[in-house]
Design a protein around this ligand. Structure first.
Ligand SMILES: Cc1cc2nc3c(=O)[nH]c(=O)nc-3n(C[C@H](O)[C@H](O)[C@H](O)COP(=O)(O)OP(=O)(O)OC[C@H]3O[C@@H](n4cnc5c(N)ncnc54)[C@H](O)[C@@H]3O)c2cc1C
Length: 372
């Protein structure tokens, strides 16, 4: 069976950005596979959801659009908006695949990945293929996380469409980071009375004298503005406590907390408690860090399966999280160069990524600090 150079699984921003970089290598044969459509996750967003980081076409001055996944493209330019919605961003991703002529197989789910002597055998619901290198870009949405408390089966995860459905009366939301505050504001704006429960107080990171400057650990300015408006209605409570259990209570629910009275919720409480790494059929091919995230080499390669790389928001190096597009895109050209050079190819086309400031190949220099 023919063995191609690189297969990228997942056609979200991580997979498309990675595939376009690998496809730029002279004579490199690349394939991009997605279980759904290009940008499937973005097609699944609630119509109200928008990007949190603004898009702006600063590319010409070396300030590449924050949401771009290729150095000479810009969602703001393509879409004419500063905060793309889901379908718009999916359109941007599709335009890249088509413009840079990346071979793509949509509606094709990867079910099994088996390491072989010369790479990997990839089994999908439409047949098998062989590839020397495999880059997992399956995103985190396939692994929604619950808080690990008694009664958690009564919760609705924030990624589920039911979490967005009309709610009246009191509502409890467990988790006060970006997605918890976003969904709380959504329901407050429609008249519900919402309590957000989180002992970590992520809504306060980076404000009130907290010096955390990394956007991965605090709320985006857009969300803070929305939260302030919701607080002014008097219908948003931010509860500095852990949720400890959920039980049915009359026709509704009661969430016990580590501090203060229990929170009543007339409809199923929402868990905005994030995601796991979402490695799907590649899960067993990665070793794990103590915190459960995939253990990677300095080239984002599995430490136990050579030739298998990871890209996207599940990337972690020491304390650094690469959970925004503008962070993990910094690694596309690095990984592409590693696999291209191993195959003995000319990788000079990847210089463009470095010239446009879209390349981080020295992990010792990341970290965010703002003087004011
Ligand atoms: C409301 C909202 C706003 C956000 N705003 C921002 C922002 O402003 N800036 C920012 O940087 N990030 C933002 N994010 C996060 C951003 O959406 C994620 O970083 C991004 O979607 C992750 O991209 P990805 O390519 O890793 O995964 P995804 O976009 O989830 O893509 C993964 C793809 O893999 C496919 N797949 C999974 N398993 C398989 C399989 N077995 N076989 C084949 N295909 C498979 C899926 O179908 C999917 O298309 C936001 C998220 C939300 C929900």
């Amino acid at each position: 069976m023919h063995v191609i150079d690189a297969t990228i699984v997942g056609a979200g921003p991580a997979g498309v950005g990675m595939a376009v970089a690998a496809n730029a290598i002279d004579g490199f044969e690349v394939s991009l596979i997605d279980a759904g459509q290009i940008g499937q996750t973005f097609h699944d967003w609630h119509p109200e959801q928008r990007f949190l980081t603004p898009s702006f076409t600063g590319n010409g001055f070396g300030a590449t659009d924050l949401n771009s996944v290729h150095p000479s493209t810009s969602p703001a330019f393509t879409l004419g908006v500063d905060y793309p919605d889901g379908p718009g961003y999916a359109r941007y991703l599709r335009s890249l695949v088509s413009h840079f002529r990346v071979p793509v197989a949509e509606d094709t789910r990867v079910q099994r990945i088996t390491p072989t002597d010369d790479g990997f055998e990839i089994e999908t619901d439409r047949g098998r293929g062989r590839s020397r290198t495999l880059i997992w870009a399956g995103g985190e949405r396939s692994e929604p996380r619950l808080p690990g408390i008694r009664g958690e089966h009564l919760l609705t995860h924030s990624s589920h469409t039911d979490a967005w459905a009309e709610r009246s009366g009191r509502l409890a939301v467990i988790g006060g980071a970006e997605s918890g505050i976003e969904i709380a504001c959504h329901h407050v704006e429609r008249g519900a009375e919402v309590s957000v429960i989180d002992a970590e107080r992520p809504w306060g990171h980076g404000v009130d004298g907290d010096r955390q400057a990394d956007p991965s650990f605090g709320l985006a300015p857009r969300t803070r503005i929305r939260m302030r408006a919701a607080l002014e209605t008097g219908r948003l409570e931010l509860r500095d406590a852990s949720a400890t259990a959920v039980v049915r209570h009359g026709t509704g629910f009661r969430v016990s907390t580590s501090r203060g009275p229990a929170v009543l919720s007339e409809t199923p409480p929402i868990a905005a408690t994030g995601y796991g790494p979402g490695l799907g059929p590649a899960s067993e091919l990665f070793d794990r860090r103590d915190d459960g995230w995939p253990l990677l080499t300095e080239h984002d390669e599995s430490t136990v399966t050579p030739g298998l790389f990871l890209t996207g928001p599940a990337l972690r190096h020491d304390d650094e999280r690469f959970c925004f597009v503008y962070k993990y895109r910094q690694r596309f050209a690095h990984v592409a160069r590693v696999i291209g050079e191993r195959a003995g190819r000319d990788c000079s086309a990847l210089d463009l990524w470095r010239e446009q400031g879209m390349l981080l190949d020295d992990l010792s220099c990341c970290g965010t600090s703002c003087a004011c």
